[in-house]
Design a protein around this ligand. Structure first.
Ligand code: NAD
Length: 246
């Protein structure tokens, strides 16, 4: 493993364009469970609360679960070592951008600037009627559902629900980044969510070396991955950082 991490550091140092594609796994060490797998959120909650059509009919009922998942669980989470190493890599000119499927804002809180949020961000809320956006910090979630000051509409978290399209800018920017990449780190993603999983595929097709960091195998491992650093994101990135910043 040590050898593979050293090799990866060498590839990143040589690369003219490096991106990271991150999934729920990178935030597990911050205490946020992933959706899938043994301890995944879908073992406890019914995914229909995040289905747009269902939500539009049952907003008040869905907010009870949305609060519990995204504003209780997520609220106390802080960036972990993995987020911090990626932020430092960007600062040192070793990482060009992050494309994240996560909606927890932890890359930005760690200091990363070039972050493309493929699925939106739970720290923002949006009025579906007038389009006004709010920071979630403006609300006391003891009182739900949160409502728009302009028109009294129930606000929706500004991340995408099942049945909603990917935000246009994030979509275009993410694929543009993938096309430029010489190295693509794929961290903590099963690769089961589409179209996000096409981002590393596009990078691979454009000639990038795919470095996967995941304690398990994913949909990417056999099809795309050139180097699998099998382990937890925080532990692997900490070691990688030792070689990168020496
Ligand atoms: P996923 O839930 O499908 O899979 C998580 C992956 O992370 C698995 O492959 C697992 O083996 C791996 N993993 C677990 N612990 C890890 C660790 N410590 N280090 C590295 N990897 C680890 O995740 P996904 O592919 O991102 O898809 C889930 C969807 O759910 C995404 O679209 C995302 O928007 C959303 N989601 C986001 C959050 C968040 O914002 N933190 C949390 C849950 C789900």
């Amino acid at each position: 493993m040590e050898k593979l991490i050293k090799k990866t550091a060498g590839l990143i140092k040589k690369s003219n364009y490096t991106i990271a594609f991150t999934g729920a796994g990178i935030s597990v060490e911050s205490g946020i469970p992933p959706f899938r797998g043994e301890h995944g959120l879908w073992n406890k909650y019914n995914p229909e609360v995040l289905d747009l059509e269902y939500y539009l009919q049952n907003s008040e009922k869905c907010w009870k679960y949305i609060r519990e998942i995204f504003y209780d669980f997520f609220a106390d989470a802080n960036p972990n070592l993995a987020h911090q190493v990626l932020a430092k890599m960007e600062k040192e000119g070793l990482l060009n951008s992050i494309i994240t499927q996560n909606i927890d804002n932890l890359h930005q809180e760690a200091g990363s600037k070039a972050v493309h949020e493929f699925h939106g961000n739970s720290k923002k809320l949006k009025c579906l009627k007038c389009g006004k956006r709010y920071s979630s910090s403006e609300f006391d979630f003891k009182f739900i559902p949160p409502k728009c000051v302009n028109d009294g509409e129930i606000l929706k978290p500004d991340f995408i629900f099942f049945g909603e399209g990917i935000p246009e800018d994030a979509y275009a920017n993410s694929f543009a980044e993938a096309e430029k990449a010489e190295v693509c780190l794929v961290i903590g993603s099963t690769g089961e969510v589409m179209p996000a999983s096409h981002v590393p595929r596009t990078a691979k097709q454009s000639g990038a070396t795919i470095i996967e960091i995941n304690p398990e195998e994913s949909m990417f491992t056999k099809q795309l991955t050139d180097i699998h650093l099998k382990g937890k994101a925080g532990e692997i990135l900490l070691k990688l950082g030792e070689y990168l910043f020496e």
